[in-house]
Design a protein around this ligand. Sequence first.
Ligand SMILES: NC(=O)c1ccc[n+]([C@@H]2O[C@H](COP(=O)([O-])OP(=O)(O)OC[C@H]3O[C@@H](n4cnc5c(N)ncnc54)[C@H](O)[C@@H]3O)[C@@H](O)[C@H]2O)c1
Length: 369
Amino acid sequence: MTSRKRLNVAMIGQGFMGRAHSNAFHQVGHFCESSYELNLKVICGRNQPQLKAMAARWGWEEVASDWEAVVGRKDVDVIDICTPNYLHAPIAISAAQAGKIVLCEKPLAMSVEEAERMANAAQNVPTLVWFNYRRVPAIALAKRLVDEGRLGQIYHYRATYLQSWGADPVNPDAWRFKQSEAGSGAMGDLLSHSIDLALMLNGSLDEVSALIHTFTPGREVDDAVLLLARFANGSVGSFEATRYAIGCRNRNYFEIHGANGAIRFDLEDLNHLNVFDAGDTAEVQGSHNVLVTGPGHPYTSRFWPPGHILGYEHTFILTLADFLQSLENNEKFHVNFQDAVNVQRVLHAVEESARTRAWASIAPQLAKR
Ligand SMILES: NC(=O)c1ccc[n+]([C@@H]2O[C@H](COP(=O)([O-])OP(=O)(O)OC[C@H]3O[C@@H](n4cnc5c(N)ncnc54)[C@H](O)[C@@H]3O)[C@@H](O)[C@H]2O)c1
């Protein structure tokens, strides 16, 4: 076996995403061929006792508390940013300037201006933004069907991202509710995912008409956001993202209707894609649930035999696997920082429309990826 190139990884932030990424760094080499080997070098965070326990459990070699010192280390090749949103830009820009490979959680930034600065700073280094839902096998199958023209001309794109914890937060003082640390609420947290998937599946958006609402008196960020949209391909869309959808824990849903058929996806049923083919003869016409675990389905052969289902964590493993493949092939990975600027441009128009109570156009985006 040829020797693999070792990349030393430093992770900044040790919370929910810290665990999801640590798992992916370990698992990617077990399931996906690569000429790169990831070494979990150092994990950086603020709570030292928790950090040490996390390092021991997940196999990080060292712990650190100063991200600037970590970014400056010569023996670190990859910086993975799992911090609250306001730290994404300073860490990413300084990591890119130090020539590191930069992985960053979503939303990329707090504003378009910040996102553009990050993309500019990182022009010469490989980047990844963790819009992990693109690598749900059922969503990758949806993309394949759309790209093959199986739906025909698209008429409607409908997406909802529904959570419920905003009404009864465990910690009402957490960074997610602070404007200065999160930038926004349901918008950057949830709508950003839906917009990224829409850009991938249905192409650029031209304009939006939006409503942003905060239910909790005194809360600094939005609890819910709703919008209508026009896409460049002539289709129309609606989006809703909320932390107040009582009864829904994490329902990331979309539905696309085209001239020749329709598809529907719900993250609460992650292994299925619901498909309707208008070409079926009338007596057997009806939507059916495809169990997207192979054979022939995207990604699934890397894991278990057909019918053996996958979960949330696989989306992070596959994102990383595709990224390592892009490094090996010297190709651009998607979603990279520049792609994520597109998402930020849509979010900016959403804010603008809600503020002015009028339609807002979206600054030109790059082609569909
Ligand atoms: N891809 C997804 O689906 C997904 C899901 C959840 C969160 N996220 C994103 O991931 C990021 C982190 O979210 P989370 O849920 O893991 O949050 P979290 O609150 O669980 O963890 C944040 C971590 O950042 C650390 N931190 C804060 N300030 C720091 C500093 N100055 N130096 C070093 N570490 C610092 C905290 O100690 C904590 O460990 C956010 O940008 C969020 O939007 C993405």
